[in-house]
Design a protein around this ligand. Structure first.
Ligand code: ZN
Length: 230
């Protein structure tokens, strides 16, 4: 399967402030990506207007949105309500976004998602943080909400073996995208065979996410991902 290569604005956490969403997007515009994930990590970032230049860039790409998980007062979890979902849906329509990613474990009520005609994707969560939304158990959520799809976060399934992960992904058969943290690319850049390879069959798109210490390697990672996933 030929997969799209995406980058999340979340990788710039060490470089740009949370309010600098537009600088983050403009930075991604320098790279050869198919997909851009706009991470609204804190509530207030949903109110920042996206510049005209960035909108022009984004309209040429596949855009996905990631719902906030931190409140405005700092880096602590908060409960997502209809207020945030409404804002996300408005942005999604404006940018013609493909879907909105939500952490189901912090959503006030999963039923809210049924009220909008925008596709929603939920992420598997670390079992420590949520048993219900862990890869092992998330199937029951999809049974209840069949329109939802999975964004498989490899970093949130570190406790599982390759074989177990494959078993679950096969069983679910609704993986919309696969997310990798930059840590996962270390061995990969050295040319070692890593977990990336077996995920080939499940990747409609592969998204580089989580904060980076350095940005210099990103173009190389994108080139190498293209070799594997296309
Ligand atoms: Zn996430």
């Amino acid at each position: 399967m030929k997969s799209k290569i995406g980058v999340s604005t979340g990788i710039f956490l060490n470089f740009y402030e949370d309010e600098e969403i537009n600088r983050r997007i403009a930075h991604i515009a320098r790279w050869d990506v198919d997909q851009v994930e706009i991470l609204f990590n804190r509530q207030f970032t949903l109110d920042i207007p996206i510049t005209k230049e960035n909108k022009e860039f984004l309209r040429r790409k596949e855009v996905t949105l990631h719902a906030p998980f931190f409140h405005n007062e700092g880096y602590e979890k908060f409960i997502i309500t209809r207020v945030e979902i409404e804002k996300l849906v408005k942005i999604a329509k404006d940018l013609n976004a493909k879907h909105i990613i939500v952490h189901g474990d912090i959503l006030e009520d999963m039923d809210i998602l049924n009220d909008y005609d925008v596709p929603f994707v939920i992420e598997n969560i670390k079992p420590k943080l949520s048993e219900e939304f862990s890869l092992q158990n998330i199937k029951s959520i999809f049974e209840k909400y069949p329109k939802l799809k999975l964004a498989f976060d490899a970093g949130h399934a570190k406790d599982l073996s390759k074989e177990e992960i494959e078993k679950y992904l096969k069983e679910l058969d609704n993986t919309e995208e696969v997310h990798f943290a930059i840590k996962d690319f270390k061995a990969f850049l050295k040319g070692e065979e890593t977990d990336l390879y077996y995920l080939k069959d499940y990747c409609k798109s592969i998204v580089i996410e989580s904060r980076l210490e350095r940005l210099g390697k990103i173009p190389l990672i994108i080139t190498k991902l293209r070799e594997i996933f296309s």
